[in-house]
Design a protein around this ligand. Structure first.
Ligand SMILES: [Zn+2]
Length: 179
């Protein structure tokens, strides 16, 4: 079994319309939270800015949540703008839905494959591991990873998941011998 890894190379941009300039692209930059305490309730926002005009907007991470409901380490992470916490909140589908943005993964990820061995015997089994939830179409990923045409992929690949349906989770496939 050959492992392939899909991993991010940076944080993705956000597809989010700017209320000032109508641009549809925003960035977290290095990643900054704002925490606001109101008696025993906390609001936590992730700050993002428009890539065209720099206007800052706030994405709700927690709204009026009781202080005691927070894990102290998580709260420290918000105050310290912990990069891992920034990434996990940005990639959280619930937060994306609530704040009405989608992620723009173009240029923000790569596929790592082990070097091909010359003695490789067919068929070859490959397992694709997603270290980050990058939406990819298996057909295109496999064509890219093996340097095959889309037609060759359809001919030589055996796979239990639909090759044309975009997914963000792991799968495995078998490469049959060529002609
Ligand atoms: Zn703008």
């Amino acid at each position: 079994m050959l492992p392939w890894f899909v991993r991010r190379t940076r944080l993705p941009l956000l597809s989010l319309r700017c209320v000032d300039c109508q641009s549809e692209s925003a960035t977290t930059g290095a990643g900054r939270f704002r925490v606001n305490a109101n008696s025993k309730l906390l609001d936590v926002w992730l700050l993002v800015r428009c890539v065209s005009c720099d206007r800052t907007s706030k994405l709700a991470v927690h709204e009026r949540a009781p202080v005691r409901s927070f894990d102290p380490a998580e709260l420290d992470g918000y105050h310290a703008n912990d990069p891992e916490l920034v990434a996990s909140k940005l990639l959280d589908p619930l937060i994306a839905r609530r704040n009405r943005f989608t992620l723009d993964w173009r240029g923000a990820w790569r596929l790592d494959t082990p070097p091909a061995r010359p003695d490789e015997a067919w068929p070859v089994r490959v397992e694709v591991v997603f270290e980050d939830p990058v939406p990819v179409r298996p057909e295109r990923l496999i064509a890219h990873g093996l340097g095959l045409s889309r037609n060759e992929v359809l001919r030589r690949i055996k796979c239990d998941v639909p090759l044309r349906r975009t997914r963000t989770t792991g799968f495995a496939f078998t490469v049959m011998a060529g002609d």
